[in-house]
Design a protein around this ligand. Structure first.
Ligand SMILES: [Zn+2]
Length: 292
């Protein structure tokens, strides 16, 4: 309940109002300060919607094609999560810089931490598939390989169940796949293309999967980005050294005029009804391995 103003307070109140009016009048005379918190940060310059019909193979580290990026444009990708130790910290850093990234998730971990998958998606990042259990697919047969791809998509989509986009469509993994250790096979590449799934490799490494210091991750990432000038960068949200290096890396890149680009898939592709055609060829199971 608002009490009536006492006579003693009225002059003071009038004085405050006069000051407010004066400051409002002044504000009209000067350019408005941008409310965008990312003006001095890296920011996401634009979104590329990749057409995955018939497949696509992106990343000059392995393929001839990559995204059509202008100088200074970077697509950030993070592999091997979600990690209960580092993914949230990395998400917070990306939020600080208004950077939207692509997270290539391991289905097994998505199954264990569905709340993290939902958090990544809810913060506007692209979620994508990095197999079910991170087996190196050049060491397993096509049946196991196909199953790894399929179970990866299924686990991510199960974690996202119930979430919807702004236009009411079900949340889902993008039709993007990254081979563990970047070890691709001709058989699976053909199969993925037939299923309208893009293989996303990278243009720029950061060595953050190696047992190096956080400072080395920062130095190598910066050197490699500066050397190429633009491209798809590969990192991992499963290491302390990456989580520690990232704020400094984004600060420096922002100062040098780099901008992020968010990679998404064009809306006509879906992984919800994804079923990989599993061949009947003889198969061999290999133990889980691989660093990247
Ligand atoms: Zn990996």
């Amino acid at each position: 309940m608002v009490k009536p103003m006492t006579r003693a307070l009225a002059p003071l109140w009038l004085g405050v109002m006069a000051l407010l009016n004066a400051s409002l009048a002044w504000a009209e005379d000067v350019p408005a300060v941008s409310a965008d918190p990312c003006t001095a940060r890296m920011g996401t310059a634009r979104t590329i919607e990749l057409d995955v019909r018939g497949g696509a193979e992106i990343g000059t580290m392995q393929y001839t094609d990559t995204l059509d990026l202008a100088p200074g444009e970077i697509v950030f990708t993070f592999d091997d999560g979600p990690s209960p130790d580092y993914t949230l910290e990395i998400l917070d850093t990306l939020d600080t810089h208004c950077v939207k990234a692509v997270f290539f998730l391991v289905g097994l971990y998505a199954d264990r931490h569905p709340e993290l998958v939902r958090e990544i998606w809810s913060r506007g990042h692209t979620v994508a598939n990095h197999t079910w259990s991170h087996q190196l697919l050049h060491r397993v047969g096509p049946v196991t390989g196909g199953r790894e791809v399929e179970r990866g998509f299924d686990a991510i989509n199960a974690a996202l169940l119930g979430l919807q986009t702004e236009v009411g469509e079900p949340a889902q993994s993008a039709p993007f796949f990254r081979f563990p250790g970047l070890n691709h096979t001709r058989h699976l590449r053909t199969q993925l293309a037939g299923d309208d799934i893009a293989v996303i490799s990278c243009d720029i490494g950061t060595d953050d999967w190696r047992r190096i210091s956080s400072d080395s991750v920062y130095q190598r990432a910066l050197r490699n980005i500066e050397s190429r000038g633009s491209g798809v960068v590969i990192m991992h949200d499963t290491h302390a050294r990456t989580a520690t290096a990232l704020p400094r890396l984004l600060d420096t890149l922002a100062e040098r005029g780099y901008r992020a680009v968010h990679l998404t898939a064009s809306s006509h592709s879906s992984t919800l009804s994804h079923t990989t055609q599993i061949t009947t060829q003889a198969d061999t199971d290999q133990p889980h391995g691989g660093e990247e």
